[in-house]
Design a protein around this ligand. Structure first.
Ligand code: SF4
Length: 368
């Protein structure tokens, strides 16, 4: 049975504008003329204003793109249109390197209580190859500044597998996690996409963006395992494949995606899920602005498939019912024998080894 919820509990707001296009990025985001940004904010406000709120949102997530670059007035106006303040959790994704005290205070005044910093690396040579401009020291200063402004939860994003990364530089980034002491860390294992500038360069056999020094999959897996161990020592426990948090600081908003709870998305490429049906706004900014490209019901997955596909990402795993144990008997047995899945007390979860090959394991539950 699909989840029936009486709440549209999560709100996602997309802001796909960036100061520069990172070399590894394949998102539908980028650098646009100022005029497009202005029209986008107007369209976003209109979309939120036209929404028929039936339930009180409890989390808000401003993602992108780089929503931290939103003009103060625009951010205030967009968030004022969302009911439910004070939200249990309201996150803004931010590019480190240019956050001011004024900005941090403004975010807090707008109801934001969590900032997710797209740090990716604390090592200057790696940061340069991504096209970003911050330094480890500026990140540390900005974390302090955010805390002084009353922002109680900080997430730091890291990427395992950046061009030029070595065990020593990865350790250096993890050392900075210890120094800056965030409540939450996300570690993504880089899968280079051919649509990114880095991917195109690698395909062409070139060396720009560090394409010739990109670690192979085994080394990336090794970096990830180093992170799991080090973050656990720092009290940051893995609760999802890529996400680590101190007790009480797991992302309430993102957990909704993995637990199939409802959310509504606004802006280009924003997805919505009401417990049964999925919708997606137009991916391309100009299509969103012209009102074309809306994708209707995306519920192509059976609920049981999806419950396994997203639920197994969580460290707590899933608790299959009797019919599901029977239905998935073949892949479960295969992966338990391979040491990629574990079962205990009626719960099924990825093993430490299985986490490293999660794409392979999860995909099997979609095709069974
Ligand atoms: S990685 Fe983030 S900041 Fe960089 S271009 Fe992509 S969306 Fe923008």
């Amino acid at each position: 049975m699909p989840v029936q919820s009486k709440r549209v509990a999560g709100v996602y707001i997309s802001y796909p504008f960036c100061a520069q296009k990172c070399t590894y990025c394949n998102f539908a985001s980028g650098v646009f003329p100022r005029e497009t940004e202005r029209r986008y904010v107007a369209a976003l406000r209109a979309e939120i204003a036209a929404h028929r709120w039936q339930w009180r949102p409890e989390t808000v997530y401003l993602g992108g793109g780089t929503p931290s670059n939103m003009a103060a007035e625009d951010l205030r106006a967009v968030l004022e249109a969302v009911p439910g303040r004070p939200w249990i959790e309201a996150t803004i994704e931010a590019a480190p390197g240019g956050i001011t005290r004024e900005q941090a205070r403004h975010w807090a005044a707008c109801g934001i209580n969590r900032v997710s910093l797209g740090v990716q690396s604390f090592v200057s040579s790696e940061i340069r190859l991504t096209g970003r401009k911050h330094t480890a020291e500026t990140v540390a200063r900005e974390v302090e500044l955010l805390r002084a402004s009353g922002i109680g939860a900080i997430n730091v994003d890291l990427i395992a597998g950046l061009a030029g990364q070595t065990e020593a530089t990865w350790r250096e980034s993890l050392d900075w996690i210890e120094r800056t002491n965030p409540e939450h860390v996300s570690v993504y294992m880089l899968e280079v996409d051919v649509d990114s500038r880095l991917g195109a360069e690698m395909l062409a056999g070139g060396a720009r963006y560090g394409a010739a020094e990109t670690p192979d999959d085994d080394r990336v897996a090794g970096f990830y395992e180093m992170a799991v161990e080090r973050l656990a020592e720092l009290g940051l426990k893995r609760y999802e494949i890529s996400n680590f948090a101190r007790a009480g600081f797991a992302s309430r908003h993102n957990l909704k995606y993995w637990k199939l709870e409802p959310y509504v998305g606004f802006g280009a490429d924003a997805h919505s899920f009401d417990g049964k049906m999925r919708n997606c706004n137009a991916e391309v900014v100009e299509d969103y602005l012209s009102g074309t490209g809306q994708v209707g019901d995306l519920s192509h997955l059976a609920y049981a498939d999806e419950r396994f596909f997203v639920g197994l990402r969580l460290t707590e795993g899933v608790r299959p019912d009797a019919a599901e144990w029977r239905r998935y008997e073949v892949p479960i047995r295969k992966f338990v024998d391979a040491g990629w899945l574990e079962t205990a007390d009626g719960v099924l979860r990825l093993s430490s080894l299985g986490v490293l090959v999660s794409n392979e394991v999860l995909a099997e539950f979609l095709t069974t």
